[in-house]
Design a protein around this ligand. Structure first.
Ligand SMILES: [Zn+2]
Length: 329
């Protein structure tokens, strides 16, 4: 069942057992990294839950058709208006108003609340009221990345199901289904998240990775200012691109650390191993760690809308000066 969704075997088994036990399911919380399939499984479960036929083999009823077409009247979805934005109290209240109505097609209603970890206190309390006394034909499924941001009172009202990253080969298989080039490389970079891997593909992450590696390989260049001014891409780098560059920069540096301590099995950029060995030969562990911290600061700078070009320039200069200081020692 739900074979088209890769991984998450234990969660699938658990959800299947809920369906076998009838439809008196308590509210659920799916939490774990972004892009691993929480939403996909929530929707697949909702389809079964609302099915008018056999929920363990949902396919051909009116409800299933409506679900596939995205027009099911008994599925209510609440989500942030944009990624990373707050889930508003008006949205929760709107959903609560709909709770007053009985299901129209199925015997139950399902409400999927995406970004449940992005609520401020008023919205969270409003949701809590619903969870405390849910209308009997309603099922709530909350979706969150960071469980620590949810009120303990909400957590005590839901069954928590943790989702983890997928195996690289499952991610690569999903990418291959989407006809993405270089599925293995992207799967490793995305550390188990097919959603992230697809986003990396859209962002041309492998090209940015090459640029990031080129910068690291030239960190010791004595004419660093000339090197920077010859980086043609740097002149027109946008903020989103700057963030992708820094993400790749950071993953390369992490591999540098793995090289130093010999844990190569965790490598993000296994295909670049010989170049990375050469690149980090003269770096100390401390220098790599420091550079990872600076990269994080640069990332936050661009997120706070500083211009990517100057942030990246400053980072490269800093790294190159660090090398010179060591030369003097
Ligand atoms: Zn059905």
């Amino acid at each position: 069942m739900w074979d088209n969704i890769k991984g998450h075997q234990q969660n699938k088994e658990f959800l299947k057992s809920l369906l076998q036990g009838g439809r008196s399911t308590p509210s659920l919380l799916f939490y774990g990294p972004e892009g691993v399939g929480k939403r996909l499984l929530a929707k697949a479960f909702a389809k079964s839950f609302l099915c008018l036929g056999n929920p363990l083999e949902p396919d051909n009823c009116r409800s299933c058709h409506a679900m596939d077409a995205g027009t099911h009247p008994d599925l209510v979805q609440v989500a942030q208006l944009a990624p990373g934005k707050e889930l508003l109290i008006e949205q929760i209240k709107d959903m609560a108003r709909q709770a007053a109505y009985a299901p129209t097609m199925s015997t139950h209603k399902v409400c999927i609340i995406d970004g449940a970890d992005f609520m401020k206190a008023p919205a969270a309390n409003s949701l809590l009221k619903l969870l405390e006394e849910p209308p009997e034909y309603w099922l709530f499924i909350l979706i969150a990345t960071d469980i620590n941001k949810l009120l303990p009172t909400i957590l005590s009202r839901v069954i928590q199901r943790r989702f983890t990253g997928l195996e690289d080969r499952d991610v690569a298989a999903i990418l291959a289904e989407h006809q993405v080039e270089h599925p293995e490389e992207l799967a490793r970079l995305a550390a188990g998240s097919p959603g992230k891997a697809l986003a990396y593909q859209q962002a041309d992450a492998l090209m940015w990775r090459e640029r990031a590696l080129n910068v690291l390989e030239n960190a010791g260049n004595p004419a660093i200012m000339d090197f920077i001014s010859n980086l043609e891409w740097l002149d027109k780098v946008g903020n989103q691109e700057g963030l992708t560059f820094l993400e790749m920069f950071s993953l390369l540096l992490r591999d540098g650390l793995f090289l130093k301590d010999g844990t190569k099995c965790q490598f993000f950029n296994i295909d670049l191993e010989p170049r990375l060995e050469q690149c980090f030969k003269l770096w100390t562990t401390g220098q790599i760690e420091k550079t990872i911290l600076w990269t994080g600061e640069s990332y936050r700078g661009i997120r706070a809308r500083c211009a990517s070009k100057s942030v990246i320039e400053a980072l490269i200069v800093k790294i190159s000066l660090m090398g010179k200081e060591q030369d003097r020692d």
